[in-house]
Design a protein around this ligand. Structure first.
Ligand SMILES: Cc1cc2nc3c(=O)[nH]c(=O)nc-3n(C[C@H](O)[C@H](O)[C@H](O)COP(=O)(O)O)c2cc1C
Length: 220
């Protein structure tokens, strides 16, 4: 697959086969992502892969925290509001996806279910956590985003699915303690990774994008 095809056919995968990805393949995917550009080539990314029984234990811990009503405290906070045009876009996408999947994704009972599915890493055999020193600024979060995208593209090129997940860093402090990551680090993102399970509805929705004219101007 060429680069353009890889970028345009990648999609978030929300149902995975249980079959683990060989360690060498995971290593290869992560080692490819490290060729991402970064501010002053600072390479401000660190990665932990959690698999098997340890990953299941982490899922149970996150679900337990949710069920006991622990307040989410992610190292990167969830946006409280959006500019009107972007808010509208998010609502429209949610409506479109709800119609396609036949579930009202905005209902509170569904939101709880969705969080639990996220905390179970959608059945993926591995979860990847990206983190970096807390003292690093916004450019380093941007760099980590580039790393994340390249990791997901490198996986997709090998027939491996991923989904980036902000929700799984809701309980950053507990995640760091569980994964033996220093408290001075910021957890940036979780990424579930594994072979896509294309049976059923979960992976049947391909998200759309706004028209290019809506976000592009030419200065002449
Ligand atoms: C920073 C970031 C955080 C995200 N968090 C979540 C999440 O917590 N759970 C989830 O299911 N998807 C999450 N997504 C996936 C987005 O919903 C998805 O990328 C978007 O709807 C576009 O769909 P696509 O990835 O299939 O192209 C996240 C994506 C990004 C980039």
């Amino acid at each position: 697959m060429d680069t353009i095809e890889c970028i345009t056919t990648r999609m978030s995968i929300r149902k995975f086969k249980a079959e683990p990805v060989p360690k060498e393949t995971l290593l290869d995917v992560i080692a490819t992502a490290k060729w991402s550009p970064s501010y002053k080539n600072s390479q401000p990314w660190e990665v932990v892969v959690v698999s098997g029984a340890k990953k299941d234990e982490l899922s149970e811990m996150l679900i337990g925290l949710l069920e006991k009503g622990e307040r989410p405290a992610p190292d990167i906070s969830e946006p409280l509001s959006w500019p009107p045009n972007i808010g509208k876009r998010i609502d429209e996408q949610m409506k479109k996806k709800s119609e396609r999947l036949g579930i009202d994704l905005s209902k509170p009972e569904y939101l709880r279910k969705a969080k639990i599915a996220n905390f179970r890493f959608y059945g993926a055999p591995h979860a990847i956590f990206l983190f970096q020193d807390m003292s690093l600024g916004k450019w380093s979060i941007l760099d980590a985003g580039m790393f994340a995208q390249n990791l997901m593209l490198a996986a997709h090129a090998r027939g491996i699915g991923t989904v980036p997940q902000a929700i799984v860093i809701d309980y950053s402090k507990q995640i760091k303690s569980f994964l033996h990551i220093a408290e001075t680090k910021r957890v940036v993102l979780g990424i579930s990774i594994g072979y896509p399970d294309l049976s059923g509805k979960a992976n049947s929705y391909k998200s759309s994008r706004i028209d290019t004219t809506e976000m592009l101007g030419w200065a002449i």
